[in-house]
Design a binder for this molecule. Structure first.
Ligand SMILES: [Zn+2]
Ligand SMILES: [Zn+2]
Length: 80
């Protein structure tokens, strides 16, 4: 698995894992600053900025947002 840009610190240290017993969502973890987020993969869509299908719908704590791992744009989103 390749490392992606982190929406929190913007280091290329963001990796995902699946643990279907813990959560149906994709779990993301930043190894630089121990930042965790969950992704609802069903709601992944095309980024309106760069056109890549890498716009992730994420949840970190109580915050919901969209983050594009290609162009690193982050937008607030309503809870899924
Ligand atoms: Zn980070
Ligand atoms: Zn983008």
């Amino acid at each position: 698995m390749s490392e992606q840009y982190c929406p929190n610190c913007h280091e290329k240290a963001f990796v995902w894992a699946l643990d279907e017993e813990a959560s149906p969502n994709t779990l993301w973890y930043c190894s630089a600053y121990k930042y965790h987020a969950e992704e609802n993969e069903a709601l992944e869509n095309v980024c309106s900025h760069c056109g890549n299908k890498t716009n992730l719908y994420m949840k970190a704590g109580k915050e919901f947002f969209r983050f594009c791992t290609s162009c690193q744009c982050k937008t607030e989103a309503s809870p899924w």
